[in-house]
Write a protein that binds this ligand. Structure first.
Ligand code: ATP
Ligand code: MG
Length: 351
């Protein structure tokens, strides 16, 4: 196989501070948005009959409070904040706690509140469970299902590239998660990328960060600082056109191709220097033909799956439901994902 230089540009954009936290904090330290209340004791949806004079949230409303968990260690860092491994004091159960600093505009806060509501109502084995969220002193904390294998991005760094049979098994689970989000919940993920696919020792692959981080990414112009990636963003989103579920399908194609080859599919014009500025990368995604799987290295089934995702016109892309029926997804039998995921190193902590 030919050796290629990999380039996966992390694009940075810093913007001046535009808002203060006080603007959306009520006197009680609770923030209210329509039928939603969030404070340090948790998130509560206010019933219709209480809408005029909502009762404050108190710890007894929620099974899980921040006082009930011990922090073990920081397990990840993202553009919005940190992720910690925590353990429930009484049951010993592990969770991941995502902590986001909320120095953002009122409108963004509203979107986040909405997303948290959707997150907590999501129930699907292919989507990371969001158990609870808290808001205290300008910080949002979200208690998530802990995935002991970390993200697919972490895993890819260790294994360099992922062979087709494992990719097929991974794709099957991600597609089922996307079918749930798209057709079941009518949600566009908007930020599908290797770091938002989490894995565990049971061989499970789950989608995370739909909603909250996507709001932060898509409204980055309104945040005081933003460091994120546009690498997986579809051409129609980059061009500011309307976009829908098919935008996630583009991202899926790009990320799978990256996992297969071990390299981000777009290479810089000047191979020595990497991407000089991110407009160059965005322009390439919009202007150039889409990337594809090299036919000398990959099966025709994988090639046709990728080209069904990486079509520049969203109307030419297949839906998650259609892709699940593609021959690539069921080409390989008896794929042992649990052994494969644990072969790269032991899990951080297990139940
Ligand atoms: P960005 O903020 O740019 O979107 P990101 O997705 O890596 O990047 P976070 O969502 O904050 O940022 O996650 C940071 C890291 O924390 C992930 O890459 C992953 O390694 C780890 N992580 C996140 N959620 C969990 C979880 N539920 N279980 C285990 N590890 C997690
Ligand atoms: Mg993430």
């Amino acid at each position: 196989m030919k050796k290629r230089r990999c380039s996966n540009p992390k694009l940075k954009l810093s913007l001046p501070s535009t808002d203060s936290i006080e603007k959306f904090l009520t006197k009680t330290g609770t923030f209210k948005d329509g039928d939603l209340l969030v404070n340090k004791d948790g998130l509560r949806i206010v019933p219709q009959d209480e809408q005029h004079e909502p009762r404050l949230i108190n710890p007894s409303d929620n099974q899980l409070t921040l006082a009930d968990i011990d922090t073990i260690k920081v397990i990840g860092k993202g553009s919005g904040g940190i992720v910690q491994l925590v353990r429930h004091k009484w049951t010993g159960q592990f969770f991941a706690l995502k902590v986001i600093q909320m120095n953002i505009l009122d409108s963004v806060r509203k979107q986040i509140a909405q997303e948290l509501k959707i997150n907590q109502s999501s129930q699907c084995p292919y989507v990371v469970v969001c158990y609870q969220s808290f808001y205290d002193n300008g910080v949002i904390s979200i208690v998530l299902e802990y995935m002991d294998g970390g993200s697919l991005a972490d895993f890819l760094k260790k294994v360099k590239s992922i062979p087709e049979p494992y990719l097929a098994a991974i794709s099957k689970q991600v597609l089922k998660g996307l079918i749930y989000l798209h057709h079941g919940k009518h949600i566009i993920h908007r930020d599908l990328k290797p770091s938002n696919l989490l894995i565990n020792h049971r061989g499970e692959v789950k989608i995370t960060d739909f909603g909250v981080s996507a709001v932060l990414t898509s409204t980055s112009g309104q945040r005081d600082t933003f460091v994120g990636t546009y690498n997986y963003m579809s051409p129609e989103r980059i061009s500011g056109k309307t976009y829908g579920y098919k935008s996630d399908i583009w991202s899926l194609g790009i990320l799978l191709l990256e996992c297969a080859t071990g390299c981000f599919p777009y290479s810089p014009p000047n191979k020595k220097d990497g991407w000089i500025n991110f407009y160059e990368l965005l322009e390439t995604i919009v202007e150039q033909p889409p990337p594809s799987a090299p036919s000398d290295q990959f099966s025709p089934e994988f090639g046709s799956f990728i080209s069904a995702c990486a079509q520049k016109d969203p109307n030419d892309r297949k839906s998650a439901q259609e892709l699940l029926k593609y021959p690539f997804v069921s080409k390989y039998e008896d794929v042992d994902l649990p052994s494969y995921f644990t072969s790269a190193g032991p899990p951080l902590a297990t139940f």
